[in-house]
Design a protein. Structure first.
Length: 146
């Protein structure tokens, strides 16, 4: 399973370093210094797991990459619900993940046995860690950084 990531950079910043991204996640550790006008080498995610991407300049900028060994996955909507459709009959282990999850996804896993054309509803109650990160850059009027 390979997923490559590229970031486009503004052309007017030619030669300047912009938005250096990194990951310290066990599934993929890397640092990607990006320079405007210079193509970045692709980053290949070839190990299953969840990868947190950060920006060395803007602490509040975070992204997540889920590298999964299954074609059956879903991202919840605003209401926190997800629907997996067209699963073949069989036994499944359903796991959930959230960036602030306390513990491993396996801790919250539920097992389900699907018969032909059956539907099951699963409810997950998650323990979450508090998020102390800054949500955005300080305003310029406060003398903060950009």
């Amino acid at each position: 399973m390979r997923l490559s990531m590229r970031k486009k950079r503004p052309r007017h910043l030619s030669g300047r370093k912009v938005e250096p991204f990194y990951s310290l996640s066990p599934a993929k550790k890397f640092e990607l210094p990006l320079y405007a006008g210079v193509p970045a080498e692709p980053v290949t995610f070839d190990k299953e797991g969840f990868v947190t991407l950060g920006c060395n300049i803007h602490d509040w900028m975070i992204a997540y990459v889920a590298v999964l060994a299954t074609p059956y996955f879903q991202v919840t909507g605003n209401e926190g619900r997800a629907l997996l459709k067209n699963l073949p009959p069989g036994q499944y282990t359903v796991e959930v993940w959230q960036p602030s999850l306390k513990g491993a996804p396996e801790k919250f896993a539920q097992h389900v046995d699907l018969a032909t054309k059956s539907a099951k509803e699963l409810v997950f109650t998650l323990d979450l860690k508090p998020d102390f990160r800054a949500k955005q850059a300080p305003a310029l009027s406060t003398g903060g950084y950009r």
